[in-house]
Write a protein that binds this ligand. Structure first.
Ligand code: G6P
Length: 608
């Protein structure tokens, strides 16, 4: 949440900062700002709303400084106004911040007592005043930051520039990511390597608790105790091109259409296609045959991928699976069995609650494995083994291709564990692998349901509420469908296990509420058909997402049928994800919503 960037350049840096912020806008986009030093003096420009508002402001009132910091915000403390936008400043410094300062109230009181006057509703402003106070006591910028950091509680990343110091930028990291970029006579700091990719591919990640002093000559890293430490310099793989929309109107559309390719690429990384077997591209530091239990935890869409995987691990590997959303799991004080494995699933690899759950599992003696899309992320670096998804950068805030790639990796892991535990015969494994190999082609076919979905979107856009139903592996997909629709169209939607219909939601059925039923031809189809009949008998509007056979079996009147290709049912969620995403996408487009950057959301959630 919130993107931060800082540059010590060889010429004016405001343009570069805006370019970097564009690549960080996925982290928040309700306001933005820049501070640079002109003739040694701090100058700020800030604007409410999207980054383009700041860019327009800068055209009218340019900043010429050769050193600066920038920020794109996802509001936590204080409304997204220009006044609350970062950088926050005093007469001595300006600071940008990602994360939350949990003890900001007590610090603010203390600083007010010392005569500091606060101008914003943010937690960040206390950081500006705290460091300023240290400087007023006579400390230089570096000592002042070193003295202030231990007083801050919470998870955050910070970048500072100082009035009168045109060759000094200080960054700090505690629980939120921060990367340093090394250039030729220029230095950079940013929330991720992607933001810095146009300028440099030489990257050093700060460890938790580190702070770094940047000058044009380079970077000096300090650990939480203030000792100077060495941190490894890596070559970042992040693409220097600003990921573009291709021929699509939105990133989300592009990412939906990319799925056959990226799912294929991900599967190819895990499968030995000619042998019909799973070949994990890494050594497992544990024996799956000896595992007592798997615990899966994640947030949002990644959690629903985990929920599908629960069915797979139980069925293919005969392993009990416990699953919970990370924000609940981390505070539940859950007992963890000896010989257990924690799997965390995360596109960004930075989600605060997921990271905290991973750390809890490690403290409780679990093996840890992460399924992540960003291999340099904190979660990837902290777990025992990383199972990468090869989805490429996902820009649309609503997750699409990351979800289907997560499912692909989890399916491969479940098969590999089934093999290792002797729960799958060689033939059963080969059959599952050949079913998986078919998935990218089937996904491409499923995406062709576009025309019917566009038509459907016109009726859905008039609905106030929408119900999604599914059973077995289609149940998590019902939850994901409802999440997608509410995220980007703001229509209230709920996902339910079809069998739970009669325990409450059936009371909602009337001629106004569309019921989207996800029902591939699988062993529980008959049961789902009964539920559809219950809806139909009450005059409900059914939209069926299924193959022609299931449509025939259902023998009920449907308002629309999104025709899916015939396929082996186990991996239907990967293929059926496409129409579910397209329903949400087209509905939001018809309604004129901001599909890629929906209100109130952010792509990377580094606060709890
Ligand atoms: C945010 C995003 C969701 C995502 C969730 C978890 O809420 O908007 O799309 O599913 O975070 O993110 P992660 O990066 O951990 O997968």
């Amino acid at each position: 949440m919130c993107g931060i960037v800082g540059i010590i350049g060889g010429g004016p840096v405001a343009g570069q900062i805006v370019e970097a912020l564009k690549r960080l806008e996925y982290r928040g986009y309700d306001s933005a700002g820049i501070a640079t030093l002109e003739d040694g003096r701090l100058e700020r420009r800030r604007a409410q709303g999207k980054l383009r508002n700041l860019a327009e402001r800068l055209e009218k009132e340019p900043l010429a400084g050769h050193i600066g910091i920038g920020h794109t915000r996802w509001a936590t403390h204080g409304r997204p106004t220009e006044n609350n936008a970062h950088p926050h400043a005093s007469d001595k410094l300006a600071v940008v911040h990602n994360g939350i300062i949990e003890n900001f109230r007590e610090l603010r009181e203390e600083l007010r007592g010392k005569g500091h006057v606060f101008a914003t509703e943010t937690d960040t402003e206390v950081v500006a005043h705290l460091v300023t106070e240290e400087m007023r006591q006579g400390k230089g910028p570096q000592d002042a930051v070193a003295a202030a950091l231990p007083r801050l509680r919470g998870a955050f990343a910070l970048a500072f520039v100082f009035d009168g110091y045109p060759d000094l930028l200080i960054g700090a990291r505690q629980g939120a990511p921060l990367a340093v970029g090394h250039g030729e006579g220029e230095m950079y700091v940013g929330s991720d390597a992607l933001a810095l990719a146009p300028f440099t591919s030489e990257i050093t990640y700060l460890d938790d608790g580190d702070w770094v002093v940047l000058t044009r000559d380079g970077a000096v890293f300090h650990d939480a105790n203030g000792s100077i430490v060495k941190r490894t310099r890596l070559r970042s793989q992040a693409s220097a091109f600003l990921v573009d929309k291709g021929n699509h109107r939105h990133f989300m559309a592009k990412e939906i259409h990319e799925q056959p390719e990226v799912v294929g690429r991900t599967l190819a990384h895990y499968l030995d296609m000619s042998a019909g077997a799973v070949r994990l591209p890494f050594e497992l530091p544990f024996d799956p045959a000896k595992l007592s239990r798997i615990t899966i935890t994640a947030c949002g869409t990644a959690y629903y991928a985990g929920l599908v995987a629960k069915y797979w691990f139980e069925r293919f590997a005969r392993l009990p699976v416990e699953i919970d959303v990370a924000s609940e799991f981390r505070y539940r004080d859950a007992p963890m069995p000896e010989g257990g494995l924690m799997i965390v699933v995360s596109q960004s690899g930075e989600t605060a609650d997921t990271l905290a759950s991973l750390r809890y599992a490690k403290e409780n003696g679990q093996h840890t494995l992460s399924v992540v899309n960003v291999p340099t992320s904190t979660i990837a670096r902290e777990c025992d083994v990383v199972a990468p998804t090869l989805a490429g950068p996902e820009i649309g805030v609503a997750s699409t291709k990351a979800f289907t790639c997560q499912l692909s990796v989890l399916a491969c892991l479940a098969i590999a564990f089934g093999h290792a535990r002797g729960a799958l015969s060689r033939e059963a494994e080969a059959k599952l692998v050949s079913d998986l190999i078919a998935v990218p082609g089937l996904l491409a076919e499923a995406i062709k349901s576009t025309a019917a979905t566009e038509k459907l979107a016109h009726t859905l856009s008039k609905a106030r509420d929408v119900l999604y139903l599914g059973r077995g592996v289609s149940y998590p997909l019902a939850l994901e469908g409802a999440l997608k629709l509410k995220e980007i169209s703001y229509i209230h939607a709920e996902g339910y296990a079809a069998g739970e219909l009669k325990h409450g939601p059936i009371a909602l059925i009337d001629e106004a509420m569309p019921v989207i039923v996800i029902a591939p031809s699988d062993p529980v189809l008959e049961k789902t058909v009964s539920n559809m009949q219950e809806v139909s008998a009450r005059g409900g509007r059914i939209i069926l997402v299924s193959d022609n056979n299931a449509m025939h079996e259902a023998a009920v009147n449907v308002e629309a049928h999104l025709v899916m290709p015939d396929m082996a049912p186990d991996f239907a969620p990967i293929v059926y994800a496409a129409p579910i995403q397209l329903i949400a996408y087209y509905t939001a487009v018809v309604m004129g919503k901001d599909v890629d950057q929906p209100r109130n959301l952010a792509k990377s959630v580094t606060v709890e």
